[in-house]
Design a protein around this ligand. Structure first.
Ligand SMILES: Nc1ncnc2c1ncn2[C@@H]1O[C@H](COP(=O)(O)OP(=O)(O)OP(=O)(O)O)[C@@H](O)[C@H]1O
Ligand SMILES: [Mg+2]
Length: 293
């Protein structure tokens, strides 16, 4: 299974949301990382066919999902959890999924019930099938959202910021769930939370102001920030270094300890540090701003 995005561009009036996106994705978990307004949601909506691109193509196994014929069949292979997802608080999980299954034109009632049992099992909510959604925690609601995306057993699961607003345990649970689902599917996880990606994805794309800034392995992404991360301790009253990005600032007895990202040592006493994914994110964004201010 292969998802190929070629030359995709999109403007909303004068706002250029996506400039020219090229991506090649295969089975496994893929992270789509980028700051607010980068264009992540726009790209995902184009992938699932809700938004039409101004230019370019999206192909699943070589077939264009944006064009007739066969478009509808191809879309069935895509499951989508939108960033803003509306629930019906009075419905139980099973009723809600039944409703979503009907919207997806799953007409056979017994098949629907079987599918609903399966997806509830997959997301760990079988025991909660008959509870009303209004009593569900944020993490449980996201899992119901993932369950509805899985209803037609898609090859490609696209989830837009599913971990936003969740507490650490719920977040870990959700990303483990997604990683499990990625063993026999392509899962595209959009997020601006760096740890979500470091813990689950082998490959990622960093998108900023509508362009792909980086596309490749997480390991190479981090490797690119080798030699640009520093720790510097300054005495009380000393002014903070300028020109480097402060990734961490910790007040200590007698001074301040900084973690800094930037080219060249900020001071002779600065100690080079191994880069984390977060440092690498900051570094790639610095390069982006320097070359396209
Ligand atoms: N329907 C729309 N009409 C006008 N502008 C839009 C529309 N949707 C998105 N935009 C603009 O396109 C750009 C990309 O937005 P998008 O929602 O795709 O970013 P994002 O990466 O998903 O951001 P976030 O992390 O905040 O969800 C932004 O400048 C946004 O204001
Ligand atoms: Mg978004």
């Amino acid at each position: 299974m292969n998802l190929s995005v070629h030359g995709v561009g999109k403007s909303y009036g004068r706002v250029q949301a996506l400039t020219r996106i090229d991506l090649e994705l295969e089975q496994g978990m893929f992270g789509l990382l980028g700051p607010n307004g980068a264009g992540k949601t726009t790209l995902l909506r184009i992938l699932v066919g809700i938004t039409r691109a101004d230019s370019g193509s999206v192909r699943v196994d070589g077939k264009d999902v944006t064009r007739e014929p066969g478009r509808t069949n191809l879309r069935r292979r895509l499951g989508y959890l939108p960033q803003e997802f509306g629930f019906y608080p009075e419905m139980t999980a099973a009723q809600f999924l039944d409703y979503m299954a009907i919207l997806k034109e799953m007409d056979d009632g017994s098949m629907r019930r079987r599918h609903i049992r399966e997806v509830l099992e997959l997301v760990g909510l079988r025991e909660d099938a008959d509870r009303r959604l209004k009593g569900f925690s944020g993490g449980m609601r996201r899992r119901v959202g993932i369950a509805q995306a899985l209803l037609a057993d898609p090859d490609i699961l696209i989830v837009d910021e599913p971990t936003a607003g969740l507490d650490p345990e719920e977040r870990i649970r959700l990303r483990n769930l997604l990683a499990g689902l990625a063993t026999d599917r392509l899962v595209i996880l959009s997020t601006h939370i760096v740890e979500d990606i470091s813990q689950t994805c082998r490959n990622l794309a960093l998108v900023a102001v509508g362009e792909v800034v980086y596309d490749g392995s997480v390991a190479n992404f981090i490797d690119a920030a080798r030699g640009v991360v520093w720790e510097l301790r300054t005495a009380d009253g000393a002014s903070p270094p300028t020109g480097w990005t402060q990734v961490a600032t910790v007040a200590e007895a007698g001074g301040v300890r900084y973690r800094l990202v930037g080219e060249g040592a900020p001071a002779p006493a600065a100690i080079p540090q191994p880069a984390s994914l977060e440092d690498a994110y900051v570094w790639h964004m610095r390069i982006k701003r320097r070359t396209h201010p």
